[in-house]
Design a protein around this ligand. Structure first.
Ligand code: KIV
Length: 303
């Protein structure tokens, strides 16, 4: 048991920070050159903290396969897992726009299957947008999702679901032809109806050019400071990845250190019987205590 407080019984949050972020809000931020903040979250508590810190966009990324489930890549993540985590995050998010990642194989077989799976995120988990990886090969899917009233976030550059085709997690769009290709993919996704575009692992110059040419907001991760917004995996930002940080990650806290020290202190306190203290224990009422003490002690049972 834990006395975690559900958001549903919270008092209303203050009027300025409670303004719900919608796609038009993000579009307006691009128009007015106000940077968009985005972060991943996978569970209720983190989602709530991220939302209360007024981050604009919360993404339930399929990166959860690695940071939450311990897989070596995102490829094993299933629809059921994504739905479970998205529902938990939904309960913690009030203000931010909530997007969910479509996992590998949930939109790669055929388009009808992709639309059906995307609809599940909206109907069963409360997502307000879905994200799909890929460029021109996703144009038809993006059109069909938009027709079904599902806002789509495109994702190009280093797309982790293409791990085997890319031969590793490598920066994309470094040659002139690759940069031109990326620009073309970005424009094709926008034309197909994508609402936002994630640019991952691309040179700053390419991301800046794409950001300039698109009317939809770009959200960068390892794509330099000229994108309309930035996103990080929350475990990277907090040092919960057990790996050296990538070049584009800035660590804002060392949660691993905080958790490790707290757990070690707890273990020591248990081993030295200094936890729990008398004040951390429940007690019989005084009168019952006295009568309880008069009950004769029994012989301990033999093992
Ligand atoms: O899965 C994920 O977390 C992502 C973001 C890093 C963009 O795709």
């Amino acid at each position: 048991m834990s006395l975690t407080k559900p958001r549903s019984i919270d008092a209303a949050i203050s009027s300025t920070s409670s303004l719900k972020i919608t796609l038009p809000t993000l579009q307006e931020k691009k128009r007015s050159h106000a940077p968009i903040s985005a972060l991943t979250a996978y569970d209720y508590a983190t989602a709530r903290l991220v939302d209360e810190a007024s981050v604009d966009l919360v993404l339930v990324g399929d990166s959860l396969g690695m940071v939450m489930l311990g897989h070596e890549s995102t490829l094993a993540v299933t629809m059921d897992e994504m739905l479970l985590f998205t529902r938990a995050v939904r309960r913690g998010v009030r203000r931010a726009l909530l997007a969910a990642d479509m996992p590998y194989a949930s939109y790669h077989i055929d388009i009808a299957d992709g639309v059906r799976n995307a609809l599940r995120f909206v109907k069963e988990a409360g997502a307000e947008a879905v994200k799909v990886e890929g460029g021109r090969n996703r144009v038809e899917l993006v059109k069909r999702l938009s027709d079904a009233e599902i806002p789509v976030i495109g994702h190009i550059g280093l797309t982790p679901q293409s791990l085997h085709r890319m031969g590793g997690y490598r920066v994309q769009g470094k040659s002139l032809s690759a940069a031109e290709l990326l620009l073309g993919e970005a424009l094709a996704l926008e034309e197909a109806g994508a609402a936002l575009l994630v640019l991952e692992g691309v040179p700053r110059e390419v991301a800046a050019r794409i950001t300039n040419e698109l009317t939809i907001p770009t959200i960068g991760i390892g794509a330099g400071p000229d994108c309309d917004g930035q996103i990080l995996v929350v475990h990277d930002l907090l040092n919960l990845t057990f790996a050296p940080a990538a070049k584009f990650v800035r660590r804002y806290a060392d949660a691993a250190d905080v958790i490790r020290n707290a757990v070690e202190d707890y273990r020591k306190d248990v081993e030295t019987r200094s936890f729990p203290s008398d004040a951390e224990s429940y007690h019989l009422p005084a009168e019952t205590r006295e009568r309880f003490a008069t009950i004769p002690e029994r012989q301990p049972r033999k093992a």
